[in-house]
Design a protein. Structure first.
Length: 544
C-alpha cells in the first residue's frame, strides 16, 4: 500500500473559505451564517461600507440618503418612491450591495417587467454584482441573484417552485402593480419567504388611497391595524398618516435634490374635429342618448368616447366587439367608411409638428389601433417611425429603443412605453390622447425628463374641442392637476378627495340627465378641488 504525502499549503484558509462561501443554491445559506460572525466591528454608526468598496461609483446625495434610511432606520423593508427619473434602480442596487457587504444577504430575487430585466442586470454589473435572468430554464439555480419577470413566476410550475424557496432579499420594480390584493402579482409576492423587501414605484398611488395601504401590508404589516384605521387617518389625522408612511416609504422630489433640472414647457393645443371623425363622434353621442332613453346606458360608453377622441380607427375597431352591437345598430350607415375618410385632425397636427422640428419625437397613445394608424399615416408622408408596445418580446423592445436612439426620429408608444425606458436623448413628447390619470402622465413624461436630460423638455397635449376631452380638461385645469408637478408633495398623493375625483367625474358624465347638470356637477367639484389646492399652497408657504 502506498501512502500519498499531503503537502501543507500556506493559503489553505483562503481556499477553504472560498469554497465555504461559494453559493450552492437559493436555499444554501451556511456561508451567510458563518459570515455574520465575522462582520467588521469598526464601521461607524451610519457609515456605508458600499461607498468605500465602490470607488468608481458616485451616487447622488439623495441616493445615499435613501440607502442610509433603508439600512439604518427601516430594517431593509421599504418603498422607494422617488419621482420618475431620480434613479430608484441605482438606490436598490446600492442597498443590495450594502447588505451583501454586511453579510446579511446572499440569495436575492428581483421581480421586474420582462422588458427591464436587461437594464437591471447591467445596473448590478456596474456595481460588481453578478446575476442571471430567469428564462424558464434551470441555469438560474447556480446564481444567488436571480432577475425574473413576475408574470412568468406567478404561474405554475414556477409559482410553487419559488414559494418553496427562501430568499434573503426580494426586490419588486414597478411595484404599483401590487396595489390590488386580489391580483396574482400581490398574492405571489406575499407568498414568498423573505427577510428583506424593497418595492420600487414612482406612483405608489394610482387611483385610490387604499392602494398604499395594500403596499404597506407587504412592507410593514404592523404599520396600520387594518384598512379602516388607514382610511380614518386619511380623513381625520393626515399628519399622523404622513408620520407613519415615512416609516416605510422614501419619496424624493426633483425639486428637493441638488440637481439642476431642465424645464418642462407645456403646450396645450386645442383642435376641431372635422370630416368623418366629427360625423362618427357626433353620431356616437346621439346613439348614447338613445340607449339611455331605453335604459341601456352602459359604463363602457365613456371608454368609447375616449377612443373616438384618439382616432376614428380606434373607435371603429372597438365597435366591432360583440357587446357593442346595440350601438352599431343605431349608428347604421355611418359605419360605412373608406380609407380616405380616416384622416384625423390629430394625425395632421402630429405630422406638421414632426416636420417642423429637427429633433426626435416620442408619441404616446393608449390604443394599439391609433398606434398602427399613426405609423401608417406618417409613412404615407415620408416619415419613418418605430413602435413600442407591451406585446413585444424583451429583445424586440430593446431593438426598438436602439433604433429610436440611433436612427429613427419618431417613436410611437402605448402605455407599456411609460415604464422603464430611458430616453434622455429625446426632449419632445406628444400626447395623442390622455389616460386621465395624472400618475400615468407623469410616468410618460419621466421617460425623457430624467437624469441625463440636457435640454428643456417640450410636452404637447392634443385635445379635441366639443368632446369629452374638453369637459374633463375643465377639471384638470385646476391647481390640483397641474401637469408640471403632477406628483408633488405627499398630500397631493394621499388626499382621498383628489383620488376619488375620477370616480365622481365618470359618474357625472355617465348618469347626468342633461348638459346643464354635467356642467353644474363639474363646477362644484372644480371649485372644491381648487379651494383645497389653495389651502395646500398656503400650508406649503407656511412651512408645514
Amino acid at each position: 500500500m502506498s501512502i500519498s504525502a499531503v503537502s501543507h499549503e500556506e493559503n489553505w484558509k483562503e481556499a477553504f473559505l472560498s469554497y465555504l462561501y461559494k453559493p450552492k443554491s437559493p436555499n444554501y445559506d451556511l456561508s451567510l451564517q458563518v459570515r455574520k460572525h465575522h462582520q467588521e466591528m469598526t464601521v461607524a454608526e451610519g457609515e456605508l461600507k458600499s461607498l468605500k468598496a465602490l470607488t468608481s461609483f458616485n451616487p447622488l446625495p439623495h441616493q445615499v440618503d435613501a440607502v442610509k434610511k433603508v439600512i439604518f432606520n427601516m430594517n431593509g423593508q421599504a418603498i422607494l418612491a422617488d419621482e420618475v427619473g431620480l434613479g430608484k434602480t441605482a438606490e436598490a442596487a446600492l442597498i443590495l450591495k450594502e447588505l451583501q457587504l454586511r453579510y446579511l444577504v446572499s440569495t436575492v430575487l428581483i421581480l421586474v417587467p420582462s422588458s427591464l430585466a436587461g437594464q437591471w442586470q447591467a445596473e448590478l454589473q456596474s456595481l460588481g454584482i453578478a446575476s442571471i435572468i430567469h428564462k424558464g430554464k434551470k441555469e438560474w439555480r447556480t446564481y444567488p441573484i436571480t432577475i425574473a419577470s413576475i408574470d412568468l413566476l406567478k404561474r405554475e410550475p414556477f409559482k410553487t417552485m419559488f414559494t418553496e424557496l427562501a430568499f434573503d432579499l426580494v426586490i419588486v420594480d414597478e411595484a404599483h402593480k401590487l396595489s390590488n390584493p386580489k391580483t396574482m402579482n400581490y398574492q405571489f409576492t406575499a407568498s414568498l419567504t423573505k427577510k428583506y423587501l424593497l418595492l420600487l414605484t414612482a406612483t405608489p398611488v394610482q387611483n385610490k388611497s387604499e392602494e398604499l395601504y395594500t403596499l404597506s401590508t407587504l412592507v410593514k404589516p404592523s404599520l396600520f391595524e387594518d384598512k379602516k384605521q388607514f382610511n380614518r387617518l386619511c380623513r381625520e389625522q393626515p399628519d399622523e398618516l404622513q408620520s407613519r408612511i415615512s416609516q416605510m416609504m422614501i419619496r424624493t422630489r426633483k425639486q428637493d435634490t441638488e440637481i439642476k433640472w431642465t424645464k418642462r414647457n407645456i403646450n396645450i393645443k386645442w383642435l376641431e374635429q372635422s370630416g368623418y371623425e366629427k360625423e362618427l363622434y357626433t353620431a356616437l353621442e346621439k346613439a348614447f342618448r338613445e340607449l339611455k332613453r331605453l335604459n341601456k346606458h352602459q359604463f363602457t360608453h365613456l371608454t368609447l368616447l375616449k377612443q373616438g377622441c384618439s382616432s376614428s380607427i380606434a373607435l371603429l375597431k372597438a365597435l366591432r366587439r360583440e357587446q357593442h352591437q346595440d350601438i352599431c345598430h343605431i349608428l347604421g350607415p355611418v359605419l360605412n367608411v373608406t380609407p380616405d375618410q380616416l384622416e384625423t385632425i390629430k394625425a395632421r397636427e402630429i405630422l406638421k409638428m414632426i416636420k417642423s422640428r429637427q429633433e426626435k419625437v416620442l408619441i404616446f397613445t393608449q390604443y394599439r389601433a391609433t398606434q398602427l394608424y399613426l405609423q401608417w399615416y406618417l409613412k404615407q408622408h415620408g416619415v419613418a417611425s418605430v413602435m413600442f408596445r407591451g406585446g413585444f418580446k424583451k429583445g424586440k423592445k430593446k431593438w426598438m429603443t436602439d433604433l429610436f436612439r440611433d436612427h429613427a426620429d419618431v417613436m410611437i408608444a402605448t402605455e407599456a412605453g411609460s415604464e422603464g425606458l430611458n430616453l434622455q436623448f429625446c426632449s419632445c413628447i406628444i400626447h395623442a390622447d390622455l389616460p386621465w390619470n395624472p400618475m400615468k402622465l407623469e410616468q410618460r413624461i419621466g421617460r425623457v425628463h430624467r437624469l441625463g436630460q440636457k435640454k428643456d423638455v417640450e410636452i404637447i397635449y392634443l385635445l379635441n374641442r366639443h368632446t369629452i376631452e374638453e369637459r374633463i380638461w375643465k377639471l384638470l385645469e385646476s391647481k390640483v392637476y397641474l401637469f408640471e408637478t403632477i406628483v408633488g408633495r405627499h398630500e397631493q398623493i394621499f388626499s382621498p378627495y383628489r383620488l376619488e375625483a375620477e370616480k365622481y367625474l365618470e359618474d357625472t358624465l355617465m348618469h347626468s340627465r342633461s348638459e346643464n347638470e354635467i356642467n353644474y356637477k363639474l363646477n362644484i367639484l372644480e371649485n372644491f378641488l381648487a379651494k383645497e389646492g389653495e389651502d395646500n399652497d398656503r400650508n406649503s408657504q407656511a412651512g408645514y
